[in-house]
Design a protein around this ligand. Structure first.
Ligand SMILES: [Zn+2]
Length: 282
């Protein structure tokens, strides 16, 4: 007999795959500045609309062999990969955090990272329409986890002393979130400025700056340190591999967004979140 837990995971996967189908629309349309609502799904080759029964996530791709039903042109396998990835992410979050507010916010966070990663790989840009709302949503998430009565009492008893308040940054989610956003953005911005002075060319895009700010808003300021170090490390390895593969051509730029995203995912699932999730004085 099918346990109710498995039913939950199957539903989570289907829900995630449907979201993945929407992510594909974003990945394809956002860099081209096309509305994500209009026109409805259509073949990019023959422009014919895709009928709803031929637009079922994952299934339709497999049943139609990844081809357009009208003109037979091939669809990119990225569509299928994104749908499966979104399904798996949803299952993993539900398994890890249950049907909670935490799952909802981390779902928004991780699915945004999926869109950013695929767009950055292809176009070397990170759209503001994802990162700026992302920073705000991350801070809202911090605010929702904050025990405001408790915070108010502490502020009152310390007479709003700024030095004492700064010692609570890691314990109060909304402070952690706000500081994470400022620290994340500021750190990459400074690295970019220093790089530009030394190498006389732009090394860090403003898109990366806003992405690390968004990561800081969701995961807190400690995550920023980990993500900055870890992403530079993998970025360096991949960068060296690309230089060797391209036979020493240093002009070939690699997008940094995917490494920041990967590091954030690694931090999220490696237990960094268990430090202080709930603000309490006892
Ligand atoms: Zn077609």
């Amino acid at each position: 007999m099918l346990s109710e837990f498995y039913v939950l995971y199957i539903l989570a996967f289907i829900f995630g795959a449907i979201l993945g189908s929407f992510l594909n629309v974003c990945i394809y349309r956002l860099p081209k500045n096309i509305s994500i609502i209009n026109p409805p799904s259509h073949c990019t080759s023959c422009k014919k609309p895709i009928k709803f029964y031929n637009n079922i996530p994952i299934l339709s791709f497999i049943l139609l062999g990844g081809r357009c039903k009208s003109c037979g042109s091939n669809f990119s396998p990225i569509y299928l990969i994104v749908e499966i990835l979104a399904g798996l992410i949803t299952v993993f979050l539900v398994w890890r955090f249950g049907l909670t507010l935490q799952t909802l916010f981390y779902l928004i966070f991780l699915l945004s990272l999926v869109v950013i990663t695929f767009i950055d790989i292809e176009y070397m840009i990170i759209p503001n329409v994802i990162t700026i709302p992302g920073i705000i949503i991350g801070i809202i998430y911090g605010a929702l986890r904050t025990d405001w009565t408790n915070l108010w009492n502490i502020l009152k008893t310390t007479n709003f002393n700024l030095t004492i308040i700064t010692s609570y940054i890691s314990e109060v989610p909304v402070f952690d979130s706000l500081f994470g956003a400022i620290f994340g953005g500021g750190l990459l911005f400074l690295i970019g400025v220093v790089y530009q002075i030394i190498r006389k060319r732009e090394g860090m895009g403003m898109g990366d700056v806003k992405l690390l700010s968004m990561i800081g808003a969701f995961l807190g300021w400690k995550a920023v340190i980990f993500v900055a170090l870890f992403s530079s490390l993998i970025g360096t390895f991949v960068g060296l591999a690309v230089i060797i593969y391209k036979k020493g051509d240093l002009k070939y730029a690699i997008p940094f967004g995917p490494f920041l995203s990967l590091a954030a995912v690694f931090y999220l699932f490696s237990g960094g979140f268990s430090l202080h999730l709930w603000f309490s004085t006892n």
